[in-house]
Unconditional design. Sequence first.
Length: 432
Amino acid sequence: MTTMFHARSSRLPGFFRLSASERIKAVARFAGLDEAELDALASPDGLPQAIASNMSENVVGRFSLPIAFATNFRVNGLDYVVPMVIEEPSVVAAASFAARLLRDEEGIAAVSTDPIMIGQVHFPEPPPEGVLEDVLERHIGEIKEQLEKNHPRLIAAGGGFRGARVRRLVDPDGRPLAVVHILVDVRDAMGANAVNSMAEEAGTLLSQWTGARVGLRILSNLPIHRRVVVEGRVKLDVEKGVSRMDPEEAARIEEASRFAEADPYRAVTANKGIMNGIDAVLLATGQDFRAVEAAAHAFAAYDGRYKALAKWRVEDGHLVGRMDIPLALGTVGGITSVHPAVRASFKILGTRVASRFAEVVAAVGLAQNLAATRALASEGIQRGHMRLHARNVAMEIGALPEEVPLVVAAMLARERTDARAAREELARIRVS
Ligand code: MEV
């Protein structure tokens, strides 16, 4: 099964040294992109105004960010070149670097649950205990029928209503309230539309049957049942090479991980690094990244104390990283079929199966965490950032694209990254 995809290798050595137009050609070869798809990614006009105007209100134009590709990813034995939209330097390089460490054999192992989302029906003045439970038990077949009747495509795809349960809570002043959770398998959709409309329908039915007033009817952005578990391994060896790591370095990474597991202040920063990678893929693929952010942080604090999402341990001659994360992602609906660059991004990823897509996204998060933790546990992140900062300064003072690497090299040699040093070096380069 994997042979065909192994032929599609995401290794692409030297990719970072290519020009932007050579890079997009390499990605086009990897994914079999046509001219229009290539244009959607490479041209500054990737999103036509007519489409942009219909995406939001009061639209005046388009806003651009860089789109880049992380290389080296292998997840469950399949290779992926991963589109990432992000303004922060070093994120794409870090993801590619860690993906290389994690690509041995089948690469990062990922398992996802069924894509079950939760819809909430709120009862501000709840009926007596047992009434909602009783109604759900007696009418569950009818609820399923009524909720599913307007979603034939979801049902045909194998999704649909999967059950309901009652939760009883008290508000901050001690007043009781109740919530009915409806569970919906949304297949390849993010699910907000289907779940919101089913929650509204369920509210009407439950109110009729119980006589209780319904408050809000809305999906929950804590998709606790829709999760991906990823595990990545790096072989430990004193001789460094592809997929190898010095045991001392691995021990420092475990130490850093334990710090993040123990301290919420560190955990937030570590999780932010994970989201650097995840959000970048979500932006490139037109996802609701706000929903994913909200869910990830709520999940990190699910048992009452905010914790690191990923954990690293030295086990059996390997550094092993594990992460469990809720991911409500969609490959149908929203702008996934409308935005030309998003469509091209999905073609490059090579899948429109939402669970497989979520597994790749989680793998990127884990890789990002490894790269950041490794850098922090060794030389720190500032050295790498110096080069990137110098590049930004060189561009700001007007160096042409072909002059930028020369100005950066000269600035680093002088250990100066300020605008004055950049101007001096640019002047020197132009004279010579
Ligand atoms: C910076 O955007 C992300 C890091 O702070 C993540 C981390 O500390 O693990 C480097």
